[in-house]
Write a protein that binds this ligand. Structure first.
Ligand code: URP
Ligand code: ZN
Ligand code: ZN
Ligand code: ZN
Length: 486
């Protein structure tokens, strides 16, 4: 059975043009004019874009004494309704510390439930010989990126020497290190300080995690990555300090990538001062929402290309779970939602306002993610042979975001009340229509696939000015006779 997406404007990261898209089975067969097929999908008046890829989710994640409420089933379904056809979720090691066991555990949870495709990143939360060895197993299992938490002291946090060891291992394996950049030691001290002063509510969360502590950690991680000779991906970039560190590194030739979240682009720190405790606590996440100035910096980064992708860090805890921290902001489970809302909100606040072109929107939500995570052009592209993960994106369907009409399991939505000016008319995952506006029929859980992501080619190394000293070309020279001026 072939399908033709008919009459739309194909919009990729490069260009926009009028064309039909012929799908055979799971893949794109042809892009052209007046194509014929067994079935037709109406794209008249709409854009035809590559399915969104969310590079950062935490579905069913055990965290801070509880487990994220969003399941692989509800999460991937909500994603599809909002035009996202693949999520890359973070595996955390269990009590045994094994990476291999953690990946298998993630497969066990996700495989029967997923409505669309998934990939994984692996978290490195400590360092020993077993971790060193199992990082290779992870890469062989299709997991080529490793997140390091510089925060959450006493739980997930990793020390600098461990991070350096892990980054060097990533360099050997052709894997991509990632960091949660916040100075966890100082956060812990500030948390105690504000708590001792009697600040027990969600505002204490914002006070204790200032942007300076994020920027410091970002700079440190960049230095460690450059010394290890490996690129770096900084997750949930919230502030100018981190953006500045990324800009500076990139200008020096380092491959450093930055991921702002849709929440950080559109919601600000005033949320933590809302008189309604539940309202504020639902928005507690790390790093926290920032001021408008920081939002402007993130938008500028997307425009300039110094920030490449927009994610959600979807870590969804219900109100009851958030209330565990009623008397102490330090134990409110950290995380907020956005999986279904990411594309619509970015379109409304980015494209409708003129900040981003539709092509830049596609790059930030899909194509750049696929390239950076090494699944391009199977994902993130509308080209012959690519997986038919495609969204018919209708710039005329409006919606007011509400927990009453969202598809997440959550009992609230941090974007509640937001008017979205574009929505997915159809979402296709490997050729299957998994969402049609107005029909609301969920696809078969388990139809999604795990997408292995291969190691990067060795050419993908960091290239700062001084790093050139250790490049193969320079090593051939007499190391004691280094030319002056370098
Ligand atoms: O607050 C957050 N971001 N929760 C999820 C875990 C993480 O740090 O990404
Ligand atoms: Zn994080
Ligand atoms: Zn409220
Ligand atoms: Zn996260």
């Amino acid at each position: 059975m072939s399908k033709v997406i008919k009459g739309g404007m194909v919009c990729t990261a490069d260009r926009t043009w009028k064309a039909d898209v012929l799908i055979e089975g799971e893949t794109i067969k042809q892009i052209g004019e007046d194509l014929k097929g067994d079935e037709y999908i109406d794209a008249e008046g709409a854009y035809v874009i590559p399915g969104g890829i969310d590079p950062h989710t935490h579905l069913e994640m055990p965290f801070m004494g509880t487990t994220a409420a969003e399941t692989f089933e509800t999460g991937t379904w909500a994603a599809a309704c909002g035009g996202t056809t693949m999520v890359v979720d973070f595996c955390l090691p269990g009590a045994d510390g094994s990476i291999k066991n953690a990946i298998n555990e993630w497969h066990r949870k996700s495989a029967p439930q997923i409505c669309s495709d998934v990939g994984y990143h692996m978290a490195i939360t400590g360092w020993d010989e077993n971790v060193f060895n199992e990082m290779k197993d992870a890469v062989d299992m299709g997991v080529n990126s490793f997140k390091h938490f510089m925060a959450y002291k006493g739980a997930l946090m990793i020390e600098d020497d461990e991070m350096f060891a892990s980054f060097k291992r990533c360099a050997e394996l052709g894997a991509l290190p990632m960091v949660h950049a916040e100075n966890g030691d100082l956060v812990a001290e500030l948390q105690q300080k504000y708590f001792d002063q009697g600040i027990t509510g969600p505002e204490g969360h914002a006070y204790s995690r200032p942007p300076e502590l994020e920027g410091e950690a970002a700079n440190r991680a960049i230095t460690i990555a450059d010394t290890a000779g490996v690129p770096l991906y900084i997750v949930h970039v919230s502030c100018e300090q981190t953006h500045e560190a990324i800009r500076r590194a990139r200008q020096k030739g380092m491959r450093v990538y930055g991921e702002p979240l849709i929440q950080f682009l559109t919601l600000d720190e005033s949320e933590y001062f809302n008189k309604d405790w539940d309202h504020a606590a639902r928005r507690v996440m790390s790093p926290p929402f920032r001021s408008k100035d920081h939002q402007d910096s993130l938008w500028a980064g997307l425009q300039a290309g110094s920030l490449q992708v927009v994610a959600t860090d979807h870590a969804a805890f219900n109100t009851e779970q958030k209330r565990a921290g009623r008397d102490d902001f330090r134990i409110i489970p950290n995380g907020s939602n956005g999986l279904e809302e990411r594309l619509g909100v970015l379109w409304t606040e980015g494209v409708e306002t003129g900040r981003l072109t539709p092509n830049e929107f596609v790059a930030a939500t899909s194509t750049n993610v696929a390239k950076i995570l090494n699944i391009y052009p199977r994902k993130g592209a509308i080209v012959e042979g690519a997986d038919a993960d495609i969204v018919v994106w209708d710039p005329k369907i409006t919606k007011t975001i509400s927990p009453a009409n969202h598809h997440s399991i959550l009992d609230y939505n941090v974007f509640e009340g937001f008017e979205v000016t574009a929505n997915a008319r159809y979402t296709l995952s490997r050729g299957d229509v998994i969402w049609a506006w107005g029909q609301n029929s969920q696809p078969q859980p388990g139809r999604g696939k795990f997408i292995p992501r291969p190691a990067f080619p060795s050419a993908n190394v960091a290239l700062s000015k001084w790093k050139a000293l250790t490049s193969p070309k320079m090593i051939k020279r007499d190391p004691l006779n280094i030319p002056a001026g370098i």
